[in-house]
Ligand binder design. Structure first.
Ligand code: NAD
Length: 513
């Protein structure tokens, strides 16, 4: 079959009418114009989703704020039990959801499954965490007093997400926010609205089965204008926004203007430093997967290889040879390595980047190009390209969300490579390939990588949920997922209790009446 089981997957996810229908889930609240979702895989219409009007949005916020009153009083471990059930539901629907992610976004089916696995993993993490939302106790300076701090839920958390991780980013946020006692309103990317409805359907089943209000988990649809409903809304204390730096700067300003909190996960410009002591075989695997995986559309995709001049030709030849092996085509066909990029605008951005690097003096060593003909009808399949360039080029400084890799050369010691690696505005992911302990430790030291993620002997892409995820500088500074990232979803309260019959003041201040 040429369908790769898509129809069946859509039915499993409660998305009934392929090619003409509307969705369920968001229908509860939506009356706006239809968003049509076309697959970059074959160019076909997958379905239509209604966008959220301002009136619809008000209803969503009513449902959310009212649900919060119930949800916040439920003990955290019991909220964890709901998240456990949600994780189980995801296990049941993993193949169907992974397939939809692949079909609507264009990443390989394996990566689609990987994304759903991340959702399951964060649910497991959140279940454990639901018994560990620890505060601290402190020693009071006053006799007969006790001091401690505790964490309370924030309220409604607004989630704005990007097209490239159409389901996992939502789960990273929502699984933690839920166990923290918050309710969530999610606006997925307008480029992947079906994934949003599919997730909403799965979550809604769990809430209904437990007699809990669906307002704990709300979905709104539309473009930046619908996102703005949330960034401007004083009822939303935290906006978690994932996407471009351009978007992040607008949202940050809007939310800061009303003194709300933001968790920003923005663009990257990630590099791997390849030193003379690198294992070349590992370097090639890490670099090629990092650069062409998800067709170069991960925030952690490898954009720059910073190679020592003594091994430059050897690494270059090995990477170029590996590119020769890449099979480009339908991402649902597991024989292919590289699928399409998201849409024709992205294709234009890719073509413009290749023109620009040449105009700035770069040299293309693996030719790019847009593929046409059988299997490439969507017009979104492009050849992964490599250019030799300089870090000072404007285009190298810029994140092009496509499979374009820049080779940069350094000489001398690792500090020179670090100057190049840190010499960009973004600060998400970084890596060094070396067997030299001194180089590795220098890279991880205070003088080393300035990124939120710094890896040794693995590539830049593919993080695990157990660590806090995010980056510095133009990447926005937010951290989500593991470690203590949960704290941003809660408000901290410091409590002092006096169990004496006296009222001593702090700092020994006397106030006799
Ligand atoms: P985008 O910025 O175009 O859109 C992201 C989301 O923001 C969408 O839902 C969009 O509707 C919304 N949005 C845009 N303008 C808005 C505004 N003014 N107010 C409110 N909402 C607004 O990004 P994209 O093309 O979907 O995704 C690609 C980008 O996302 C890349 O830069 C990539 O690096 C970044 N990204 C970062 C991370 C991370 O964790 N750091 C993860 C995934 C993607």
């Amino acid at each position: 079959t040429t369908d790769f089981g898509i129809k069946e997957a859509l039915a499993t996810l409660g998305l009934k009418d392929i090619n003409e229908g509307t969705s369920t889930g968001s229908d509860n609240f939506s009356n706006g114009e239809l968003i049509e979702s076309y697959s970059p895989v074959d160019g076909k219409l997958i379905g239509k989703v209604k966008s959220t009007t301002k009136e619809d949005y008000e209803k969503v916020m009513e449902a959310a704020t009212s649900a919060f009153k119930t949800w916040r009083t439920m003990p955290a471990p019991l909220r964890g039990e709901i998240v456990r059930q949600f994780g189980d539901k995801l296990r049941e629907k993993k193949e169907a959801l992974g397939k939809l992610v692949s079909y609507e976004m264009g990443k390989s089916y394996q990566e689609g499954l990987g994304e759903v696995q991340e959702m399951i993993d964060i649910c497991d993490f959140a279940v454990g965490l639901s018994r560990q939302l620890h505060g601290l106790t402190m020693h009071s300076e006053r006799p007969g007093h006790r001091m401690y701090e505790q964490y309370h839920p924030l309220g409604v958390v607004g989630i704005i997400s990007a097209f490239n991780f159409p389901v996992a980013v939502w789960a990273w946020n929502t699984a933690l926010a839920w166990i923290c006692g918050d309710v969530c309103v999610w606006k997925p990317s307008e480029k992947t609205p079906m994934c949003g409805v599919a997730c909403q359907n799965i979550a809604a089943e769990v809430f209904a089965a437990n007699d809990l209000p669906e307002g704990i988990c709300c979905l709104i649809n539309g473009d930046y204008r619908v996102g703005e409903f949330m960034s401007k809304d004083t009822r939303i204390p935290l906006i978690s926004a994932t996407g471009s730096t351009r978007m992040g700067k607008i949202v940050a300003k809007e939310v800061a203007g009303r003194l709300g909190k933001t968790l920003l996960e923005l663009g990257g410009n990630n590099a791997i430093i390849v030193t003379p002591d690198a294992d070349i075989k590992m370097t090639v695997i890490g670099a090629v997967f990092g650069a062409v995986g998800t067709a170069g559309q991960r925030c952690t995709s490898t954009r720059r290889l910073i190679i020592h001049d003594s091994i430059y030709d050897k690494v270059k030849d090995a990477v170029v040879a590996a590119y020769g092996q890449l099979r480009i085509g339908n991402p649902l066909d597991e024989n292919n390595h590289v699928g399409p990029i998201i849409d024709k605008d992205a294709v234009k951005g890719y073509e413009a980047a290749l023109e620009k690097v040449v105009a700035e003096g770069g040299k293309i060593i693996v030719e790019g190009g847009v593929l046409s003909g059988e299997g490439y009808e969507s017009g979104c399949y492009v050849k992964p390209a490599i250019a030799e360039a300089d870090n000072s080029f404007e285009i190298v400084q810029h994140e092009t969300f496509a499979p374009v890799l820049y080779l940069l050369k350094y000489s001398g010691d690792v500090t020179n490579a670090l100057d190049v690696q840190n010499g960009v505005a973004q600060g998400l992911s970084s890596a060094i390939m070396t067997n030299n302990l001194r180089e590795a430790e220098h890279f991880l030291s205070v003088q080393g990588s300035d990124c939120g993620i710094a890896n040794v002997n693995i590539g830049t892409s593919g993080a695990e949920i157990g660590g806090a995820f995010g980056g510095e500088k133009d990447t926005g500074g937010g951290r989500e997922s593991g470690s203590d990232a949960w704290k941003i979803y809660m408000r901290r309260q410091t409590n002092t209790i006096n169990y004496t019959t006296e009222l001593p003041l702090a700092q020994g201040i006397k106030f006799d009446l």
